[in-house]
Design a protein. Structure first.
Length: 130
């Protein structure tokens, strides 16, 4: 598993999280609406903890396959059905959603900076320092 692939999945999860949070906020007054959350970091942590497979990096199709490559898990959307915040059955807490949105924005920015750093390192390795 390389860093860029992992960062791509994390960016995908963060983008999905932004969409889900926006959807929760826009439905904060919809009767019976249940808030949703994106779960990625816990799934990834569990995957990395349980990962025992070793895989080699094939640089040529004629090389033997060593182990099985580990696929990075994708994010899941989970509905929160266990609580009710309003009399109409809606459970969106607008303050919590706004906090999540701010936290997710910072996380997305951090991930993009890390991706930029990865590509900068690749560029230096290819071109050398100039």
């Amino acid at each position: 598993m390389n860093n860029i692939s992992l960062l791509q999945k994390a960016l995908d999860a963060s983008s999905l999280r932004q969409q889900v949070i926006s959807n929760n906020i826009s439905n904060s007054e919809t009767p019976g609406y249940k808030s949703k959350q994106v779960v990625f970091e816990d799934i990834l942590k569990k995957h990395l903890t349980n990962q025992t497979n070793f895989s080699g990096n094939r640089t040529d199709s004629r090389h033997m396959v060593i182990g099985t490559p580990s696929l990075i898990p994708s994010a899941n959307i989970v509905e929160n059905t266990g609580s009710i915040m309003q009399n109409n059955g809606n459970n969106v807490d607008i303050d919590e959603e706004m906090t999540r949105m701010g936290k997710n924005s910072l996380w997305y920015y951090t991930l993009t900076e890390q991706v930029n750093s990865e590509f900068q390192q690749l560029s230096i390795a290819i071109k050398g320092r100039s």
